[in-house]
Write a protein that binds this ligand. Structure first.
Ligand code: C5P
Length: 398
């Protein structure tokens, strides 16, 4: 996907600039060519020498380098790439971009380019939440700039919240999605996957069985068709696919929050085996084993139903919402009723009785149920179910 693609990487002056060294390596591993440009402030955080050594190309730093201007003017530099990536995009750089300033090489290239621009913001949480930055984000989005991140977490400044730059692999995934061609290019698809873990106490939890294999295969198949995929996964056995934005969660509540934060999306595929109940009296410390025959009393409450919540959205609902129904009895009748009850467009029904070997296995036998009727697919590998489903999604979103 990234082989031979040309990326103009503008490195802003923030502590997250160090992650760009890894980003360049990851891009180079995938066969992309990276032309680095550092703002003056960026050179305080990483050296042009390390950047250029990893990129295998000259690192540009100064607008008025007469040799560069003679050999390759800044306008030309801004046009040679397939994509311009700004990482880290500092509050200052975003403000300059939003107001069209061009007072150094980086901002001049950004104003002169005719190529798509992807930015990975990184700043202190207060700066990210400041109304001025919010105005700049809106202005940049209106100008067609694509964002990856920022993520929420611990920050170098000691605070916690949104403002951390996305990890290099997330940026690589966003670059891949931006450059992808394929029937789903430009579409955002959200996939939930894996089980959820609902705590009983700090060491115990309840969960459903789920390897995450089918969800992972679906996310990979959608990305292969060019979709920009957000993959929200509980603690699964399967490694998350590459080329997608991964959000790891533990509980149903966290999965719902992550899903809502990732919207809007063109389609949402809910493959996760979400625990239907959670313990409402979670113990703050480990429950002691106690005398034999003396069991702790657990109070249960319903988990939020993510599929139902998204299906029933009155505003901003994805065009296509797909649920899964893993059943052991009356599979098709139960799955059809579930489609109507939850309000999703399609439901993928499968029989997970132990004798089928589907749960945790590498094959699946599914029936796709929609308002129009039912389609039973022959038993096939989970990756093939994923490809067939992704192709059908592409057809529907076209
Ligand atoms: O109700 P049931 O768990 O059988 O429904 C299965 C479908 O609903 C799956 O698509 C699953 O991902 C989704 N689901 C959900 N949130 C829940 C329960 C199920 O999104 N709390």
């Amino acid at each position: 996907m990234l082989h031979s693609r040309k990326i103009l990487l503008i490195i802003g002056g923030g502590i997250a600039a160090y992650k760009c060294l890894d980003l360049i390596r990851r891009l180079a591993e995938r066969g992309a060519s990276v032309t680095p440009v550092l703002t003056r402030a960026a050179t305080e955080f990483v050296t042009p020498l390390s950047v250029s050594a990893l990129a295998g190309q000259k690192a540009f730093t100064d607008l008025f380098d007469l040799t560069d201007e003679a050999e390759m003017g800044h306008i030309q530099l801004s046009r040679l790439a397939d994509l311009v990536v700004v990482a880290p995009a500092t509050a200052d750089l975003m403000a300059k971009m939003a107001t069209g300033q061009a007072n150094d090489l980086a901002t001049t290239l950004l104003l002169a380019t005719d190529k798509p621009v992807l930015i990975a913001p990184a700043m202190n949480v207060r700066m990210w939440e400041h109304p001025a930055t919010k105005r700049n984000v809106t202005a940049l989005q209106n100008d067609g700039v694509t964002f990856v991140g920022p993520n929420e977490g611990d920050m170098a400044c000691g605070e916690f919240g949104p403002g951390r730059m996305s990890e290099p692999l997330e940026i690589v995934a966003a670059i891949g999605a931006k450059l992808a061609d394929g029937p789903l290019a430009g579409k955002h698809v959200l996939v939930t996957s894996g089980p959820t873990h609902e705590p009983i106490d700090p060491v115990r939890y309840i969960a459903n069985r789920s390897s995450g294999k089918q969800g992972t295969a679906i996310a990979a198949a959608l990305a292969a068709l060019g979709a920009n995929v957000t993959f929200i996964s509980g603690p699964a056995d399967a490694d998350p696919p590459s080329g997608v934005k991964v959000i790891e969660v533990q509980t149903a509540k966290q999965m719902l929050d992550a899903t809502q934060a990732a919207l809007p999306a063109d389609a949402a595929i809910f493959t996760a085996a979400v625990s239907d109940w959670r313990v409402s009296n979670v113990a703050g410390s480990k429950i002691k084993k106690g005398e034999s025959g003396n069991f702790p009393a657990l109070d249960f409450t319903e988990s939020p139903d993510i599929l139902r919540t998204v299906s029933k959205m009155t505003e901003g609902r994805p065009q296509l919402v797909v649920g899964f129904a893993a059943e052991t009895d009356d599979v098709l009748a139960n799955a059809s009723a579930k489609r109507v009850r939850k309000g999703c467009d399609w439901i993928v029904a499968n029989d997970v009785s132990p004798e089928t070997g589907i749960m945790g296995g590498s094959e699946n036998a599914v029936t796709l149920i929609s308002e129009a009727g039912q389609e039973t697919w022959a038993r096939m590998k989970k990756v093939d179910v994923a490809r067939k489903l992704a192709a059908k999604i592409a057809e529907t979103l076209a």
